[in-house]
Design a protein around this ligand. Structure first.
Ligand code: A2P
Length: 273
């Protein structure tokens, strides 16, 4: 089924998830509840988003079984370290009111390489102990990934900022080298101006889809999963209605060509929660 992607550890992750930043409180609660009602089965949050409580409450309150949902969170740098990450995980679960997460990610590699590798070891132990289904990383540049793999550790995904203006081909190639699934955050470039670009709008007309749907399909046809944020019912629905068409390789390449060569908005060597 097109709507899920197989991770290296053989878990299947729904290819479109609901991004929840920067929603908080009741806005986040309502958005997650409405998204699950529409058929979203993958919700993405982070301790740093300040909404784990509201997101968790919606997941608990929905009629959909917890086991039918994929829930990802990410921890801050005070969770870097083998024991620290276990405390961070327990705290995330408590805030969310959940018994387990489907994936827990190192949000940023900073500030200290040795400690983020230790955090990855702690995450692997949580998986081995049956407390967490999978673990991954976010904002990891090639050198950070190399440090993790050199320690014999294998995350299931790297969640990075990718959109048609920020393609980061070297980063994508490095993820692919490790057979690591790329999850795109801000996959619509926060409703970036490329949604009006003729390269996108021409395809939207041809497929009778919206520009945002074309961009999401571009992610999927490139082998990435994506976590678009929307608080709006129409756009939430749109972002999920991307499984009834495909782009050709030439059409994917035409959107790739919109890349400006800019790196991500925030550089992992200079920034980190
Ligand atoms: P809204 O929440 O009002 O729908 P990203 O996930 O790339 O950061 O993009 C999120 C931004 O894009 C939000 O401002 C969101 O606004 C908007 N957005 C989400 N889905 C769509 C869509 N299908 N078409 C246009 N804008 C969208």
């Amino acid at each position: 089924q097109d709507a899920t992607i197989q991770l290296t550890d053989h878990l299947a992750i729904p290819a479109i998830g609901l991004g929840t930043w920067p929603m908080e409180g009741d806005e986040a609660y309502d958005a997650v509840l409405r998204a699950i009602d529409k058929g979203y089965r993958h919700i993405d949050t982070a301790t740093n988003y300040n909404n784990e409580d509201a997101v968790g409450r919606a997941i608990v309150d929905t009629d959909t079984d917890r086991d039918d949902l994929w829930v990802t969170s990410k921890f801050n740098r005070d969770g870097h370290g083998r024991d620290e990450v276990k405390q961070a995980y327990a705290a995330s679960l408590q805030r969310m009111g959940l018994d387990y997460l489907d994936s827990y990610l190192v949000h940023w590699p900073n500030p200290d390489q040795h400690k983020f590798v230790a955090a990855c070891e702690g995450l692997q132990e949580l998986v081995d102990d049956g407390k967490l289904r999978s673990w991954g990383v976010s904002n990891f540049k090639p050198a950070h990934l190399d440090a993790v793999y050199a320690a014999g550790l294998t995350p299931v995904m790297n969640q990075v900022q990718i959109d048609p203006h920020h393609l980061q081909p070297a980063q994508l190639a490095h993820n692919a080298k490790y057979e690591l699934i790329t999850a795109a955050y801000s996959p619509l470039g926060r409703a970036g101006e490329f949604l009006d670009d003729p390269a996108v709008t021409t395809l939207a007309e041809a497929y009778d889809k919206t520009p945002a749907q074309i961009v999401l399909r571009w992610h999927l046809d490139s082998g990435r999963i994506a976590v678009p944020k929307s608080a709006d019912d129409t756009r939430q629905r749109q972002n999920l209605e991307v499984f009834d068409f495909h782009l050709t390789p030439a059409e994917v390449a035409a959107i790739d060509a919109l890349d400006t060569g800019a790196g991500p908005r925030l550089d992992a060597d200079e920034f980190g929660h």
